[in-house]
Design a binder for this molecule. Structure first.
Ligand code: MSK
Length: 667
């Protein structure tokens, strides 16, 4: 009998909730009411999600401390994180070597994801420029010229085609350059670049950097944690100032640079009486073409013929964030809501491309009779149908997805329950728009921002970005951290899943300025902007780098990015891409704090180097805190330290009055 039970259990689909497993009340798992509602429904439906698996799966403590090396078959070797220098690996590798190699490989994988994404965009751009792909065009010729000029390409009296051809050839070096600096190194503030040159970390092409990092982290190669760190910094920089930046800039050139647009987020964007299609992933070309397909009158007519009012297109995760920024397409939720959205039963088709796509989407989709389509040759999922997206015939894929979604609507038999929650916000703050917003059409400039930082109305600027993670209450750390920052006059820039968390909390509206400190509030009200600016997807963190360079160039706040009163955070991170992003911010000079967990052993030289030593070499530094209030305090303390070093702390003391001061004056 016992044997039978074992067999039964083995056959059960992975999505079926095992009642014996620990159940956590959904209200303790997320502050997203829509996700909470769907997690309750999933429980009723007997469907398992990542939240259930996280509750049931204790993280491996040795892996969490990065005290394990499995780079060869003499091991895997487990070191003692409690007493890190008590043991070495079989080859003699120390805890510092092991951790630097492990960390380096996270950077390599994360950087590879972004740079491969960027290269796909560049491949598309090349074919468009050659005229071999006619389905896409260069939409933003102003941006084309600006990007070309920024890397020294002549634009005067030249055609769009000529400039674009040169731009392609230059940007290809972002990937393939064997020796010498990548093109966007020209955008780095001189003093920052000087530090990189001194450290030997100016990136060459990403292919070279990632290859060398994988080589150096192989068994028996680089066994000096500081030397490995140089290469992992150089690789991360080839992502931030290379692959990610190319992804952002080429996407803007092809599809348009975002400008502020009002749009809704949350699961209430789904419509019970419409055919619902979700696009989830990272590369905008699939989504752009899907937008064309769902607006094709023949497709709309076909949807109406089966009784639907029309076709409703929503995004999720980062390609969703891009479409939200560029076109105001509604966004149904961030990473930790991607299973929950299928539980609504209202999703007729979800089309995915690459990155952050949980394998469990396939069985969850199956439970509700929804289609899950993979579209990219890099990402197939067992149990999902694959319809390849081919850029010279993109409609073939997207039309087929729409046709299948319409058929599923016709035969919908899952119980539909859509959380009635939509949150309006303003998205689409590219760095170009920030410059225009602050400086005006004819004198676009970052100087007004610098001026407000110098006079203390704005204490500093924080980038709060990154994923959501079932190891912490979804969105809570993001939201509490950002509220705390703006309350203390720190202007917040956002991307990725964090931006969606804050949009759901209603902070991406100008009205949210009332939550800000008096100085930031005054600036927001004068300009009419929210205290939290959404810049797009995770590759769009490159917009923050460009904005930081523009602030340095505008003057008055030091000569390098490391001088600025700025800080970065990924409070609920989970992916290797986040580690690459964190490292390129640190290497660019930014204090960067992560939450949830940090893949390091305490009290090691490598940890000390990341958390302090890099700052001593004029770069930024890492930090870690789980609690959002502690995280905010640390970020503000760093911002204040930089203000003091710049000699602008007194200005702030003079200008900024706290609410208590104001109340005292009023009494
Ligand atoms: S999607 S990398 S969960 S931000 Fe870019 Fe969100 Fe993090 Fe993926």
């Amino acid at each position: 009998m016992a044997e039978d039970k074992k067999v039964e259990k083995k056959k059960a689909p992975v999505t079926k909730l095992d009642k014996a497993k620990k159940e956590v009340d959904p209200k303790d798992l997320t502050i997203c009411s829509a996700t909470e509602q769907m997690l309750r429904k999933a429980r009723r439906d007997g469907v398992e999600t990542a939240y259930d698996r996280a509750a049931d799966m204790k993280a491996c403590p040795i892996g969490a401390d990065s005290a394990c090396c499995k780079h060869c078959s003499m091991g895997p070797c487990r070191l003692n994180a409690k007493d890190p220098y008590s043991k070495v690996g079989i080859c003699g590798a120390t805890i510092d070597t092991i951790q630097a190699r492990n960390f380096g490989r996270m950077v390599a994988a994360g950087g590879a994801a972004h740079t491969d994404h960027g290269m796909s965009m560049l491949d598309l751009f090349r074919e468009v420029v050659k005229g071999d792909i006619k389905e896409y065009k260069i939409k933003d010729t102003v941006k084309l010229e600006q990007v070309a000029q920024s890397i020294g390409i002549e634009t005067e009296d030249r055609s769009v085609g000529e400039i674009a051809k040169d731009l392609y050839q230059e940007l290809e070096r972002t990937y393939t350059q064997v020796e010498g600096e990548i093109p966007f190194a020209k955008r780095v503030p001189e003093k920052t670049l000087e530090t990189w040159r001194k450290q030997g970390i100016v990136p060459r092409g990403a292919m070279r950097e990632i290859m060398e990092l994988m080589h150096r982290s192989h068994m028996g190669v680089d066994q000096d944690y500081k030397n490995i760190t140089k290469q992992l910094s150089r690789t991360a920089l080839s992502d931030g100032w290379g692959g990610s930046m190319v992804a952002t800039e080429i996407s803007d050139i092809l599809f348009g640079t975002p400008t502020p647009v009002q749009a809704d987020v949350n699961m209430g964007c789904l419509k019970e009486d419409m055919v619902n299609i979700i696009v989830h992933g990272h590369e905008p070309n699939l989504f752009e073409t899907m937008l064309v397909s769902v607006n094709d009158p023949a497709m709309v007519e076909a949807a109406k013929e089966v009784g639907a009012k029309g076709i409703n297109l929503c995004g999720m995760c980062c390609s969703g964030a891009e479409m939200l920024s560029r076109h105001g397409i509604p966004h149904a939720g961030n990473f930790m809501s991607t299973e929950a959205v299928l539980v609504t039963g209202a999703v007729d088709a979800m089309a995915v491309d690459v990155q952050c796509i949980k394998q469990a989407l396939a069985p969850v989709a199956k439970c509700y009779g929804s289609y899950l389509f993979t579209t990219n040759p890099r990402c197939r999922i067992e149990g999902a149908q694959h319809i390849e997206f081919v850029e010279d015939e993109p409609r073939k894929c997207t039309d087929e997805v729409v046709v299948k979604a319409i058929a599923r609507y016709k035969n919908r038999n899952a119980q539909v329950e859509i959380p009635n929650i939509r949150n309006a916000g303003i998205h689409g703050f590219s760095h170009e728009y920030i410059e225009y917003m602050l400086g005006g059409t004819f004198r676009g400039s970052y100087w007004p921002l610098n001026d407000n930082i110098i006079n203390g109305r704005i204490r500093g600027v924080a980038g709060v970005v990154g994923c959501t993670n079932p190891r912490v209450k979804q969105d809570w750390v993001h939201v509490e951290l950002v509220k705390e920052l703006i309350k203390n006059d720190v202007l917040v820039l956002q991307t990725g899943c964090s931006q969606i968390a804050l949009a759901k909390a209603g902070l991406l509206t100008p009205d949210a300025a009332y939550m800000a400190g008096s100085g930031l509030q005054e600036v927001c009200e004068t300009v009419g902007m929210p205290p939290v600016l959404g810049l797009g997807s995770c590759v769009d963190n490159s917009r923050i780098l460009i904005a930081a360079s523009a602030v340095v160039k505008a003057g008055g706040l030091g000569e390098s990015i490391a001088d600025l009163p700025v800080a970065g955070a990924a409070p609920e991170w989970m992916s290797e891409k986040a580690i690459s992003i964190g490292q390129y911010f640190v290497a660019s000079g930014v204090y960067t704090i992560f939450g949830v967990t940090f893949p390091l052993t305490e009290q090691t030289k490598f940890k000390e180097y990341l958390f302090q030593g890099l700052e001593d070499e004029n770069l930024g530094k890492w930090d870690f805190a789980v609690d959002p209030y502690e995280m905010a305090q640390k970020m503000i303390a760093h911002i204040d330290k930089k203000r003091s070093q710049l000699g602008i702390d007194k200005a702030r003391e003079r200008v900024l009055m706290s609410m208590d001061d104001r109340r005292t004056m009023e009494e």
